[in-house]
Design a protein around this ligand. Sequence first.
Ligand code: PRX
Length: 635
Amino acid sequence: MSRFIANNFSEYLDLYQESVERPEEFWSQFASSEFLWKRPWDSVLEHDLSEPSVSWFKGAQLNITENCIDRHLEHNGEKTAIIFEPNDQNDEPLHITYAELAIQVNKTANMLKSLGANKGDRICLYMPMVPELAFAVLACARIGAIHSVVFAGFSSKSLSDRINDASCKFVLTADGGYRGAKITPLKNIADDAIKQCPCVEKVLVLKRTNSEIQWTSGRDFWWHETIEQQSEHCPAETMDAEDHLFILYTSGSTGQPKGMVHTCGGYMVYTNFSFRNVFQYKANDVYWCTADIGWITGHSYIVYGPLSAGATTLMFEGVPSYPDMGRFWQVVERHKVNILYTAPTAIRALAQCDLSFVTNADISSLRILGTVGEPINKEAWEWYDDHVGTNNCPIVDTWWQTETGGIMISPLAGITPTIPTFATHPLPGIQPCLMDENGTEVSSIEGEGRLCIKFPWPSIARTIYGNHKRFKDTYFSAFPGHYFTGDGAKRDAKGNYRITGRVDDVVIVSGHNLGTAEIENIIDEHEAVTEAAVVGYPHPIKGNSIYAFVTINAGQVDMDRTTLESEIKKLVSDTLGPISKPEKIQFCSGLPKTRSGKIMRRILRKVAAGELDSFGDISTLLNPECVEEIVQNRL
Ligand code: PRX
């Protein structure tokens, strides 16, 4: 039992106070008592948020995989580390013990080395949700290579942008990936992407779907052939605490996605700490996070957090709707899942279905429920509570971001009193605050504003890969000395936080962050389009949908609108992936602009949402007449 894992609310309050009053002692004691380090640190924390520069456990050396695997072998080698539930429920699930995980990760690490991978190399993983993805993530960490996992739903353009941004030398992919009844041709998509990526030297291909693929000899290698002869032993590379562990891309409010960089020591410490505190994991629990490893939730709470805590973590290859909408509950019954961590968009979709999907399965093993990725509405929260938790399972509404590395504001399961739609209290070590329009901190307990964090925590992203200036501009300039989250929040009289949503040009659709600028840039590429403005509007299941306002070139105003609409949708879908496709496209003769030429998206957001009664002050508009037309033709 660790004194750093709260058992009740008063212990939480004590830990919180200690973490704020003496952060360095707090984290230093937790880190030294809970992990294997090859060398201790010289300083716990050095920081200057104006730069920003942050380093935790400077001078310390470690390898995160020794903490996620090796140290469990002596007492828990036979414990299941990963349960793999395949896409097809008629296929046998796998139970991979910590001992087997060690063998697989070491062999994979040696396979990467045999292809020439070294410490510091960037390796792109574009793979389905199969155990080999987890092995590969850990194998990279074992040899000190920096993994960049790209979600296997992304298009070839999104993939090539990410490969090039990090100049990845290696790409790991599969012949195909199962997703419900469909197969995604991952290798073909990767081939297309790599045509634009001169940095890629070698491609490793996992055989999963037996799909027909193209082969480039000398560059492409079969996984099963290359791994066969590899040794089961691979020494763990010695890493400095501040060495890069991985890059993970997230959409920004402008242009290119941002490669968030996380480092070895602080990330390990905080994902372990937050996993154990929030989910109150007990030794024999089966824990299931339904995210994909292509997102931060999968990195932190399928792989690193649970494995560093010696937990049993379930990986699901499929989708909630296959073979039918009862699949989640079948998986819970089959593996006697105790802790379920999913997203509001999934909960809303499941809540639309006949309740018999839930009641036909025995889900009585569930003890704790979690949610993440976007604000959860009251109806969805209550449905989750009533029908999945049978009013008996605490719900942890966990607020955090790719940039934060780990859960920041959340109830601790069974400990913090919950309120529907509230993420409640910050975790120990996290110092949130609200800023008003003038950049002044809201001093009253009850209040509303832009959510910022005042003090560094161990898993804060250190930079945007290759673009520190953008990192500073995006997160540390709006409120100097603070990390700005991009979210708005309210705080009640007891200090509970409720996240109200993004205050920038990022729209969350089915839990996926989409940068509106990125979609606009693609629509603008269509030869008939002059300009596009993209906003989000509320959608009952997906949370938000995309609404595009588009103006057409003078020479092409006669083009058939239905054809144009489907061409634009296809262009976006092919370039960025289907998730980014606008649900609605409205053609207009002009977009509302300020005198300085900026599109006034505030008006378009209101039109898209159907809030037509007041647009606020539009006196600064250059072309107010277009607003009326836009309202009249609203879809
Ligand atoms: O707007 C917040 C929303 O998701 C954003 C972060 O997205 P991403 O980096 O993809 O990470 C998602 C998984 C951690 C946040 O800025 N968000 C995430 N969790 C919540 C949330 N909004 C409200 N409540 C949450 N629990």
